[in-house]
Design a protein. Structure first.
Length: 445
């Protein structure tokens, strides 16, 4: 037996099963699993149809490199999703049977066993596959802690120089598992600089990239960051999957994209490893990668669930949930845009409540949320509810920005217009004629 198997830690879900074995839940309560993180939304019908219509292809061996149609579909998606100028589907894209097996096998390809001092740097907390891949490849894992006080960003500055000099592979996860941390361009600049200095390969795990709550602000990806920084894909490989994006974890379909030279070596490894994807799964994957409507609907469902469950969790635990705030607001905006004001109201009201608690009552973010909720009430002709919110918004902005700021003056106009709408003409005239506050008044945070 391979002695390195003894170095592996028990898989988390095995530990959970052992813990649960001693617990007898109430039979009157529905079981909600917080274990493996399996999608609960149904697989879209068009994906299942594409799979079933291709079952005749099970009689043929699939190519390890994947079919042209799938590699082109993945390349097209990468260009659309990340705004890339181009990506070569022949040399820079490789389909894999889910990101998990690829993340593990990748270490066996890029690590040099002739160097007995090889190091693999992982974020901590982390997906346990990173650690297992390093250990079975004969390397030593080193953990860069991702602490709450750093916004769950891995502390690469804490990694000693001697460790970096021996590092051959860095695993990165963005959005992070389990923290949800999304790396920004500054984070990627630091990572690429370290890679350039020490020559290690970066494996970017992006299997959660399509689960976000603001349709206008998708998470930054590694290939996208490289392009924005004016560099190529050297020493960079990105891993993604359809499992969470399209609710098909059972298909085991994903891809690796990036450095052509590394992917060429990885393909050679996979040829012996036996990592070819079924042709029927490939056809279903093409259909999935070429459609975004089901992905947006998936995000909408997740946003609604986050919005509903986060306030419940906050009654028992201290939860910092900026993404959940975004989910609440995004869902409120969706309902508002559809004219479903009564559906939007509780979500926008919750956003205001959370921001007042987290940021303080005089934050400009609070003013913005109050103004948005006031507008909703105004559209419903609920002027009595809109008026105090417009007043709050105006007062906060005046305190922070000064009386002559254009945003403050606009808020004042809205407030006065609302008073006129309620027939309170004299009050509106007083608001419009009120003397400007001293420009030296101290803003509140």
């Amino acid at each position: 037996m391979n002695p390195r198997l003894q170095s592996l830690q028990p898989y988390p879900f095995e530990k959970l099963r052992e813990l649960f074995a001693r617990v007898t839940p109430s039979p009157s309560l529905a079981h909600i699993s917080l274990g493996i993180g399996e999608p609960r939304h149904p697989t879209p019908e068009f994906i299942k149809r594409a799979l079933s219509e291709s079952l005749g292809k099970l009689a043929s061996y699939p190519p390890t490199a994947g079919g042209d149609a799938l590699r082109q579909a993945i390349a097209d998606w990468l260009v659309r999703r990340y705004g890339l100028r181009s990506i070569d589907w022949k040399t820079e894209v490789l389909p894999v049977n889910g990101s998990r097996e690829a993340l593990f096998a990748f270490a066996q390809t890029v690590l040099d066993p002739s160097r007995g001092d090889a190091v693999v740097v992982c974020p901590n907390p982390f997906y346990q596959i990173y650690e297992g891949a390093a250990l079975l490849a004969g390397a030593r894992p080193h953990y860069a802690n991702a602490m709450p006080e750093r916004g769950f960003a891995a502390d690469y500055a804490s990694v000693p120089g001697e460790v970096w000099r021996r590092t051959q592979l860095l695993y990165v996860c963005s959005p992070g598992n389990p923290t949800g941390k999304v790396l920004d361009l500054g984070d990627w600049k630091e990572i690429f600089s370290l890679s350039d200095r020490h020559g290690f390969v970066v494996a970017s795990d992006e299997c959660y990239s399509e689960v976000y709550f603001n349709e206008g602000s998708a998470p930054l990806g590694a290939l996208q960051a490289a392009a924005q920084l004016g560099r190529g894909f050297e020493r960079l490989a990105v891993f993604s999957s359809l499992s969470k994006r399209s609710n098909v974890p059972g298909m085991r379909s994903g891809f690796v994209a990036g450095d052509a030279a590394i992917l060429k070596a990885f393909l050679l490894y996979r040829t012996y490893h036996g990592g070819a994807m079924s042709l029927a799964v490939q056809d279903a994957s093409v259909a999935a990668w070429r459609d975004e409507a089901h992905v947006r609907e998936n995000r909408r469902k997740y946003a609604e669930k986050f919005a509903r469950v986060t306030p419940l969790i906050q009654t028992a635990l201290k939860v910092e949930a900026p993404e959940a705030i975004s989910a609440l607001g995004n869902l409120g905006e969706i309902y508002s845009s559809q004219g479903k004001y009564s559906d939007a109201e509780p979500f926008l009201a919750k956003v205001l409540q959370i921001k007042e608690r987290e940021l303080g009552p005089n934050s400009l973010e609070v003013a913005s949320s109050a103004s948005r909720l006031a507008l909703l009430y105004y559209c419903e002709s609920k002027y009595d509810k809109a008026e105090p919110l417009y007043k709050k918004s105006f007062q906060i902005r005046e305190l922070n920005l000064g009386a002559k700021d254009p945003v403050v003056l606009q808020s004042l106009q809205f407030y006065a217009a609302l008073l006129r709408q309620e027939g309170r003409k004299e009050e509106a005239q007083k608001i419009e004629a009120r003397p400007a506050r001293s420009e030296n008044s101290k803003p509140l945070s």
